[in-house]
Design a protein around this ligand. Structure first.
Ligand code: HEC
Length: 144
């Protein structure tokens, strides 16, 4: 009898330890949740600040305007727009500088023009706002 009582006590102790262990597991889960929340908060923060554009919206706008010369995958169309996925020029500019570039374009008369073809201001679509252009830039950054 005494023996089985001891065995029982040991079992209880083991179960208690196991519970403690799973409690620790829960605590780990809790901190994982905190990390996920923080990451989501970070995303929300950058989106909310307007510091970076919305790439998904930018893709729609790109496909509505820039696609005509730069192609559906932004790899350029011979005789029209250049490849934007490998553009060292675009990579070398900040998002704001690239928005400013797209606003003004690069006419064939510009000494910096490399193709003899106009890059029209805002890709020829004056209805694009600065925010729209920032979204397009965010989309282009996903391709670089
Ligand atoms: C009518 C045709 C046309 C449209 C529409 C157009 N582009 Fe262009 N784009 C060009 C041409 C041509 C060039 C190359 C100019 C040159 O020879 O330097 C160019 C160059 C660029 C460059 C510089 C690439 C480099 O490496 O020098 C960027 C960035 C760019 N376009 C972005 C855009 C965006 C964003 C849009 C849409 C808002 C757009 N373009 C719409 C014709 C177009």
């Amino acid at each position: 009898m005494r023996r089985s009582l001891i065995v029982l006590l040991v079992l209880v102790a083991v179960i208690a330890a196991a519970c403690g262990g799973s409690g620790g597991g829960n605590a780990g889960g809790g901190s994982a949740t905190t990390v996920a929340t923080t990451a989501a908060g970070g995303d929300g923060g950058s989106g909310g600040s307007g510091g970076s554009g919305d790439a998904a919206n930018g893709e729609k706008l790109y496909q509505g305007t820039c696609v005509a010369c730069h192609g559906p995958d932004a790899k350029g169309i011979t005789g029209l727009g250049k490849d934007l996925t490998t553009s060292e020029f675009a990579k070398g500019l900040s998002d704001e500088e690239l928005v400013a570039f797209i606003e003004t374009g690069r006419p064939a008369s510009d000494p910096a023009n490399t193709t003899g073809v106009d890059m029209p201001p805002k890709g020829g679509n004056p209805s694009l706002s600065d925010d729209d252009l920032l979204d397009i830039v965010a989309y282009l950054r996903t391709l670089e």
